[in-house]
Design a protein around this ligand. Structure first.
Ligand code: NAP
Length: 263
């Protein structure tokens, strides 16, 4: 084969996710909901995890109304037994998971290092780091059986570059970068690719009213060359690409849609 001819397997690569089963955590709101909707638009059947039953049901209804396929999966990702049982029940109905998007997360109040108490520190690592670990552990045997899989973790620009008064959040998000790289190496033998997205500022409810404050908007204009926040769907499109066959040679990478804030 010359350098200019393509392998047959390459010509069958596609961004379609038809026939794939996806699990998105924290999919009742913001980026997680956008991820779930975009994956469903590309043809995946989506298991919609959230803490909150109503918001999971709303995402499922949105996907089904658009002609897609989805199922709610209500559990706190930081509760190892509960989330394993909920994922087990969902996969019994839909089948083993091909695509896991570890997205569930909580905001960081801006707190100086000495102000962060043990409960806040524990919760930050429990949701982001242990939650990602528990969900990955729940789906990995199914991916091994299938001989393929895509795991997409959700870090943050704070995990890449840190920020004053947010070290508990930045530390948890940086830990996800370590997990992404280690799992990319460890799971490659089963044809499982592991990558992370590290978004900058995204227009979701996570920051509440703070995101509309003058301080926040001034800081945004000063630090984000794009001059705006991302829409959640802009993260969803990247996640859908990482979940597709077009990204089969990408693993262990951290991709940061951030409008130029961190380059
Ligand atoms: P969001 O709108 O608040 O959505 C997060 C979702 O996760 C909510 O539905 C939340 O449920 C759910 N959740 C929280 N803890 C959970 C748990 N223990 N188990 C299951 N579900 C849980 O936030 P978002 O902005 O879309 O954030 C999504 C992810 O992107 C997070 O990991 C966040 O750290 C990351 N991120 C966000 C930005 C940004 O600017 N928005 C930037 C970088 C990274 P409740 O609402 O019921 O708590």
């Amino acid at each position: 084969m010359s350098n200019f001819e393509r392998d047959d397997a390459l010509s069958t690569r596609t961004n379609s996710l038809a026939g794939r089963i996806a699990l998105v955590t924290g999919a009742g709101s913001g980026i997680g909901r956008a991820n779930a909707v975009v994956l469903a638009e590309r043809g995946a059947a989506v298991i919609v995890n959230d803490f909150d039953a109503k918001s999971a049901a709303d995402t499922v209804a949105q996907i089904v109304a658009a002609g897609g396929s989805a199922l709610p999966c209500v559990a706190d990702v930081s509760d190892s037994a509960a989330v394993a049982a909920a994922i087990e029940a969902a996969t019994r109905e839909l089948g083993d998971v091909d695509i896991l998007v570890n997205n569930a997360g909580i905001a960081s109040r801006r707190e100086a290092f000495l102000e962060v108490d043990d409960a806040r520190l524990d919760r930050m690592f429990a949701v982001h780091v242990k939650g990602t670990w528990y969900c990955t552990r729940a789906v990995l045997p199914g991916m091994q059986r299938k001989g393929r899989g895509k795991i997409i973790n959700t870090s943050s620009i704070l995990g890449l570059s840190g920020r004053r008064r947010s070290s508990h959040y930045a530390g948890a998000k940086a830990a996800l970068i370590g997990l992404t790289k280690a799992w990319a190496r460890e799971f490659a033998e089963w044809n499982i690719q592991v990558n992370a997205v590290a978004p900058g500022r995204v227009r979701t409810p996570i920051l509440g009213a703070f995101a509309e404050s003058e301080d926040y908007l001034r800081d945004l204009k000063a630090n984000v060359p794009a001059g705006r926040r991302a829409e959640p769907e802009e993260i969803g499109y990247l996640v859908a690409f990482l979940a597709s066959g077009e990204a089969d040679y990408l693993t262990g990478q951290i991709i940061s849609p951030n409008g130029g804030e961190v380059i």
